[in-house]
Ligand binder design. Structure first.
Ligand code: GDP
Length: 297
């Protein structure tokens, strides 16, 4: 799993093998390689810098275990520190959906995978947790998006709120809330509109919806391949709306997932799920060690 980085580091540490403890200069040299690996994985520069600083002080002076090379030991220290940063409190897959009907607000930029993730989560809640789920699209700007959710609902056997032309997002949200109560649903999921970029109108609209339904979970869906942009999006949404968790999509792609680390380090928000493809069952609970391995390459 860590061959690449271990290989890179083994040269650096060859001369140290007999010394028994990691000294400051050698750790520094090794961490330069780690820094390159982080940046290559699309971790943002300030986050990579802070991370390296932390690991530097942790690693310096540590005794080298006989069974591993110093290079491997540094990789292990780095790996453990990555997991510590990536890990949130509690079980990432456990959504707060007690007190039915529990509202879940899905937010994010257009094209991030919001509607797909809404469907995937609804399927998971239905099949894994035995919940009755209602989905509603608040994307009044793109009728095709509303249609897309309705089609997904049919496919999954999950109810969607009937589409009423001309309603504002807040009104649709109110209608969803009412329908969820009357219809005895456990959860109602609101798939909000996204834009290509964050703008005031979008934020105001999501804020209004949030105030009406008081969501139990507000899940931000971000494209895991977008690196620094993902971090900015997360920060903006968290500042304005308040986010309870992040879903990283497109983690089935070639990207190494550095956005996960940056996002955790910058916003402190837990990553809850990972999108692993376009199919409705391609959603996994976030596992820090898998991403850590990927980031290290
Ligand atoms: P929205 O505009 O945010 O609602 O985005 P959509 O849900 O419509 O997704 C945009 C595109 O990304 C669609 O073609 C999805 O099939 C695709 N997509 C969503 N999640 C994933 C994922 O985890 N992996 C891959 N490969 N594609 C995804």
């Amino acid at each position: 799993m860590f061959e690449n980085l271990s290989e890179r580091l083994s040269g650096v540490f060859d001369r140290l093998t007999k010394q028994g403890a990691l000294n400051e200069e050698d750790v520094k040299t090794a961490l330069r390689e780690v820094r390159v690996a982080l940046l290559e994985a699309d971790v943002s520069l300030p986050v990579a810098r802070d991370f390296i600083k932390k690991v530097q002080s942790e690693a310096t002076g540590q005794a080298v275990t006989k069974s591993v090379t110093p290079g491997q030991q540094v990789v292990k220290i780095v790996h453990d520190a990555l997991i510590a940063t990536l890990q949130g409190d509690g079980d990432p897959g456990q959504l707060k959906i007690d007190n039915p009907p529990a509202p879940i607000l899905m937010v994010g930029l257009q094209g991030s995978g919001k509607t797909t993730t809404t469907g995937k989560l609804a399927k998971r809640l239905k099949e894994r947790d035995g919940k009755r789920v209602l989905m509603a699209s608040l994307d009044v700007y793109r009728p095709a998006a509303m249609e897309q959710l309705a089609v997904l609902g049919k496919q999954l056997g999950v109810d969607t709120l009937p589409i009423v032309a001309g309603q504002k997002p807040v009104d649709i949200a109110k209608r969803a809330k009412q329908q969820a109560s009357l219809g005895g649903y456990d959860v109602y999921m609101l798939d909000t509109a996204g834009r290509l970029h964050i703008d005031e109108l979008l934020m105001q609209e999501v804020e209004d919806v949030r105030n009406v339904v008081e969501p139990r979970e507000t899940l931000l869906v971000v494209d895991g391949l977008t690196g620094q942009v993902a971090v900015e999006v997360a920060q903006e949404f968290d500042d304005k709306i308040g986010v309870s968790g992040v879903v990283l999509t497109r983690m089935d792609g070639d990207g190494r997932g550095g956005a996960a680390l940056s996002m955790r380090a910058v916003t402190g928000k837990p990553i809850r799920f990972v999108g692993m493809g376009e199919k409705m069952d391609a959603l996994e609970t976030f596992e820090p060690d898998r991403i850590a391995g990927r980031i290290l390459g």
